[in-house]
Write a protein that binds this ligand. Structure first.
Ligand code: ARG
Length: 587
């Protein structure tokens, strides 16, 4: 049979089974192959689970089969000849267990080494996705919640980008709202001539607090602040200019964090969507979604006690009206088919409500398996060692830049302690400390299921044993050093050498490597970066078992094993890349 050897292992296997299903049950053309990894590894590598459901479908239709087991037998018998499969067996009520051909596994890895890991990118149904992440608020400190959003959002974007999705990375900054009235008025008070620069304002957060104080204490100031909002929203130049100045100072602060983390984002803040709100609300009115309630305009959502307010009693727009306009823009102007929002779980309700409104308006299908679709990626709190919301010594929120500094400083100290200051150039020391330190902060966040709260602990995340970035980065560097020290030219080996998976540990490692595409696919589909972290940790463990069982340098299988080392390093690096972690090559 002609084999289309592209797509994940699972997909390729599905294609083979599809051919058999067509022959076995020609009257059921809708049936799609159900392929899953075997739960018991002794029975096989993968299994096909179609027989049981197929049987219940056809038993009433005068089929020649006498139960699910014979259906399974027939599916197995009708499988076309395939390089992929070594053997099959039917178990229980009709599970078809497949043992993959070891030769085929070896050949597939070899092919990846020559063609590049990008040929392993999973194929997704989405063409263009928007990841709305980070999204801090102007004039307020970017807090650890925003750090989580930044780290998780960046990884989701990277996963989709690797899978050849066109990704628009959107920073939906809070740059529009009533808080600007008091900020602007306070700015006018402090700098009557309107000439300010960052140094003058100093810490924006302090500036914010001082203006809030004025707002709370002085009724006359409050009055002016409220008037300032109207002037700003009316587009008065003096106010627009002050607003732009405040935004610019904040932006520079945010940018520092993004630069450290190597995260790229494109800002389209709340203000950007403001002009689209009236027409968006008109569309929703035409559909009869908007009602008047206690002086406000609202959308009632089934099952929710409180409606979604889209125009406040004072006639102003809010967070929800902005999000509706942004969604309209993203669907119609940017033509995105998947829009992903990354915020703390506390905002779940808000997203549920406006997603429901969009469904009722017919903007997105109710069936969540259809596109275009929206997803809220919620995450839990960051906790301190005391189990409470993470804060620094003082009661202030943690400064993100300080956090990253500390991670780096600690890594550097550990490297110096291991004598690296004498061995490496100062740049090497600096770069490694940064890669490991920032990588550790990211990995500690990503490895948890994002919905759970996680405890921020430097000692844990910087441990060089266990499931940490430090351990994984070192594992990768060690593999690179095995290859380097062999003195062999790996490019030449790729062209001329051949992978053979003879020992059990070699086969296990090989099979795990080949599962990379389906793991990325799963992580993308469910928007769960921790799935990829688990895979990576598992990979390093499988490598360790292989390396302790199989001598590499100086053995008869040296070439094959060096290639297996190289393939492991390549896949690890792609994992690091997707997780936003910079690999290191020396330890
Ligand atoms: N600025 C918001 C916050 O800090 C997050 C915005 C998330 N994105 C959105 N489209 N609502 O909580």
């Amino acid at each position: 049979a002609h084999e289309d050897n592209t797509g994940s292992l699972k997909e390729q296997l599905a294609k083979v089974f599809e051919l058999s299903l067509k022959v076995t049950v020609p009257d059921e053309p809708e049936v799609v192959p159900l392929i899953a990894p075997c739960s018991k590894k002794e029975t096989g590598d993968y299994q096909c689970n179609n027989a049981m459901s197929l049987w219940s479908k056809i038993k009433g239709k005068g089929t020649e089969f006498r139960g699910p087991q014979p259906v399974g037998q027939a599916i197995m018998r009708n499988l076309p000849a395939s390089d992929m499969i070594e053997s099959c067996s039917v178990a229980g009520p009709g599970f078809i267990n497949v043992k993959l051909s070891t030769k085929w596994i070896a050949k597939s890895i070899q092919k990846m080494l020559t063609d590049g890991i990008d040929t392993w990118a999973p194929k997704l149904l989405v063409k263009r996705a928007i990841v709305d992440f980070s999204s801090p608020n102007i004039a307020k400190e970017m807090h650890v919640g925003h750090l989580r959003s930044t780290i998780i959002g960046d990884t989701l974007a990277r996963m989709l980008e690797y899978s050849k999705v066109d990704v628009l990375r959107r920073n939906h900054v809070g740059d529009w709202g009533t808080q600007f009235g008091m900020l602007i008025e306070y700015l006018f008070e402090k700098f009557p001539d309107g000439e300010v620069n960052d140094q003058d304002i100093g810490e924006l957060e302090v500036f914010y607090k001082a203006s809030k104080q004025r707002f709370d204490d002085d009724a006359e100031f409050k009055e002016r602040a409220q008037q300032a909002v109207v002037s700003l929203q009316g587009g008065e130049e003096k106010y627009r200019k002050a607003w732009a100045q405040i935004c610019e100072i904040s932006r520079k602060g945010f940018e520092k964090v993004y630069q450290r983390l190597g995260v790229h984002l494109e800002e389209k803040g709340e203000s950007f969507y403001n002009p689209y709100i009236p027409e968006t609300l008109d569309l929703l009115k035409q559909k009869g979604l908007i009602e008047e309630s206690e002086g406000a305009q609202v959308i009632f959502i089934e099952g929710k006690k409180i409606p979604l307010i889209v125009v406040k009693r004072d006639g102003g727009f809010n967070y929800a009206s902005t999000d509706l306009a942004a969604l309209w823009y993203r669907l119609n102007k940017e033509k995105a088919d998947w829009i992903i929002y990354v915020t703390d779980v506390g905002q779940r309700e808000h997203f549920e409500m406006f997603f429901t409104a969009a469904k009722r308006a017919g903007w997105i299908p109710t069936d969540e398996n259809k596109y275009p679709k929206t997803s809220h990626v919620g995450f839990g709190l960051v906790l301190g060692d005391d189990g409470k919301r993470f804060r620094t010594r003082s009661t202030e929120v943690v400064k993100l830049v300080d956090l990253l500094d500390e991670a780096k400083t600690r890594c550097k100290a550990a490297l110096v302690e291991r004598g690296k200051a004498a061995e490496w150039t100062p740049e090497e020391l600096e770069q490694t400390a940064e890669a490991v330190g920032y990588g550790a902060v990211k990995y500690a966040d990503l490895k948890n299921n994002r919905l759970t709260n996680y405890t921020f602990n430097f000692d844990q995340m910087l441990n060089d044993k266990g499931n940490t970035a430090v351990y994984l980065l070192y594992a990768h560097a060690r593999i690179c050093s095995i290859i380097r020290k062999s003195g062999k030219d790996i490019e030449e080996l790729k062209r001329e050498g051949q992978i053979k998976l003879e020992k059990d540990e070699e086969r296990k490692l090989g099979l795990h490597l080949l599962q990379f595409p389906e793991v990325v696919e799963e992580a993308c589909t469910n928007l769960l970066p921790n799935v990829l972290c688990e895979y990576l940790y598992d990979l390093s463990e499988k490598f360790t078992s292989f390396y302790s069982e199989c001598q590499v340098v100086g053995s008869a299988e040296e070439i094959s094993r060096l290639l297996l080392c190289e393939a492991t390093a390549v896949v690890m690096r792609k994992c690091f890349h997707i997780l936003g972690i910079t690999p290191v090559y020396k330890i």
